[in-house]
Design a binder for this molecule. Structure first.
Ligand SMILES: [Fe+2]
Length: 184
């Protein structure tokens, strides 16, 4: 359900954006966490790599890259920004860093980074709520504040691009963020 809300947020923002295809954005939102398809992993860094390998091997390089980039919001490009432990081989950590170093983020990378912070399992939410929730579940490190600033910077970037607040495009965001019962 998190992925479905990320995808729907991406679709809605893309529809209001002059340069982003809404259908592509929707599919990338659905696929960004496909590395969890075998089940949730703690620590979760494997889902980045597993999703990337899976989609790359299927021939979907454009979607595969989002599996790697979605956890490193522009302008952050360091694997150290991932707060949880890197429970993978050192070569895999190097693979992610090399990928981040070697590619410019696209508008789709940036949109999915943003929307990953807008979708809870229960609906759309305030970015700050999602950031705190992730920190409570997975911890934080010396990069966390910079990462939070990056997500908030993406929000401003997309607000400007669409000419209004992205929250205006997300029905139920207030109710879900604050946990209002459905009848209120
Ligand atoms: Fe993810």
């Amino acid at each position: 359900m998190h992925c479905q809300h990320v995808a729907e947020a991406a679709r809605r923002i893309a529809e209001a954006h002059p340069e982003i295809d809404a259908q592509v954005a929707y599919v990338l939102g659905l696929l960004h966490d496909i590395g969890y398809r075998g089940g949730f992993k703690v620590p979760p860094v494997r889902h980045l790599l597993d999703g990337y390998y899976f989609l790359r091997d299927e021939g979907f390089d454009g979607a595969a890259r989002v599996c790697l980039t979605h956890s490193f919001p522009a302008p952050i490009r360091s694997v150290d920004a991932f707060a949880s432990a890197w429970d993978c081989a050192p070569e895999e950590r190097r693979l992610v860093q090399d990928f981040l170093d070697g590619s410019e983020y696209t508008a789709y990378d940036r949109l999915i980074q943003l929307c990953d912070c807008l979708g809870e399992a229960t609906g759309f939410c305030l970015i700050e709520k999602r950031l705190v929730d992730v920190a409570l579940r997975h911890g934080f490190n010396a990069w966390t504040l910079e990462k939070w600033r990056a997500f908030l910077g993406l929000k401003r970037e997309f607000d400007e691009a669409i000419g209004t607040s992205i929250y205006r495009l997300l029905p139920g965001v207030v109710e879900n963020t604050f946990g209002f019962p459905p009848s209120e």
